[in-house]
Design a binder for this molecule. Structure first.
Ligand code: ACO
Length: 325
């Protein structure tokens, strides 16, 4: 059996902030941000939590799947920005949905997180362990930014996307996923330092402060434009399909120029790459499921079409899946 997406949903905070509004307190401009990235605005939490956005997206996905929460067997939330160290976001969502039967947990594979979670759901379903799953990608990245660092904070936004998958004859055709931990430092955000009765003050003083996103932009750019075409090629080879047989390429929304470079390298027209980064910025694990939900609700995705999903990001991690919609 295969995991088939039978419902999607998404959610974002109320506050919508344009590039020009950022320029009111940062030394930046709409021209700089939009020409380098394609991003024009993003949603920023003024109190909405990761869990709240997950639950809103999940309810919409369940409604579009015409399923009740009680039927769910598995909940996986991909995020780098949970509300708590524990309990994990999956359990929070399970409790609030009343999905009593579901096992629930959280994973972190940064911007590839939704793909890793979806691929995991496929593996469980293929193995016959579960017959359905709720897979969510959600982020409140705004709390992890240094709002004085114009080179990172302008790129990211908050949001959540969800998909309900069910075991069917048709659905995910194949998947691929990779990691390169040796290059982890190009995109990172540190946790708390070790601090306890036995740690000496020199150690603490020598440590870097926790909590803000650090990115070597050009390294990440080079990584993405190399690895995304590679993983797409891998999926096509596994499925013995030609790139032209794929109807849609739903890719992580980091930067329009990355999407253009992937399109050029593979010789696939940009019309096959739906985009919403203009409105959302980069929402990490949430970007692929939010875009998928929008494409689904707009009627872009038709049953039987072939769709490639791909994510790439911190870790480093990159992943893809080829689906029959
Ligand atoms: N507004 C105005 N000026 C800025 C801003 C800003 N927001 N940010 C940086 N600058 C300045 C820099 O200070 C620098 O000025 P200087 O030349 O006087 O020193 C100049 O602009 C160029 O800075 P670079 O960092 O070299 O800019 P670059 O052309 O590399 O563009 C960008 C930066 C857009 C981040 C690019 O590297 C990129 O697209 N990288 C891809 C990474 C990406 O998209 N990451 C998203 C998250 S990662 C992920 O999702 C996988």
């Amino acid at each position: 059996m295969r995991a088939r997406i039978i419902g999607t949903g998404s959610a974002h905070p109320r506050m919508h902030v344009t590039n020009t509004e950022l320029a009111e307190f940062l030394d930046t401009s709409d021209e700089w941000i939009s020409t380098r990235t394609g991003i024009c605005s993003r949603y920023i939490s003024t109190g909405e939590t990761n869990t709240q956005l997950c639950v809103e997206a999940a309810k919409k996905a369940l409604e579009s799947a015409q399923m009740e929460a009680e039927e769910l067997e598995l909940i996986i939330v991909a995020t780098v920005s949970p509300d708590n160290y524990f309990p994990n976001t999956g359990c929070q969502v399970q409790g609030l949905l009343g999905a009593k039967r579901a096992a629930a947990f959280e994973i972190n594979a940064a911007c590839s997180g939704f793909l890793f979670a979806l691929n995991m759901a496929q593996a469980y379903i293929q193995a016959g362990v579960y017959s359905n799953a709720l897979v969510i990608g959600a982020e409140i990245l705004s709390k992890m930014m240094d709002w004085k660092d114009r080179s990172t904070c302008v790129l990211f936004g908050d949001g959540a996307g969800a998909a309900v998958v069910r075991a069917e004859e048709r659905g995910m055709l194949c998947f691929a996923q990779h990691s390169d931990g040796a290059k982890g430092s190009v995109l990172s955000c540190r946790n708390r330092m070790i601090s306890n009765h036995y740690v000496n003050q020199e150690y603490q003083a020598a440590g870097e402060p926790a909590d803000h996103t650090h990115m070597e932009g050009q390294e990440v750019f080079r990584f993405a434009v190399r690895r995304v075409p590679e993983v797409i090629g891998e999926l096509l080879a596994q499925a013995q399909m030609d790139k032209d047989e794929v109807d849609w390429y739903v890719l992580h929304q980091a930067n329009e120029r990355i999407l253009q470079a992937v399109s050029r390298r593979l010789g696939i027209p940009m019309e096959k790459f739906p985009m919403n980064l203009m409105e959302y910025g980069n929402t990490s694990a949430a970007s692929v499921p939010i875009l998928l939900d929008e494409a689904n609700r707009r009627g872009l995705l038709q049953r039987g079409q072939k769709v490639i999903l791909s994510g790439f990001g911190a870790g480093l991690t990159w992943a893809g899946a080829l689906l029959e919609w």
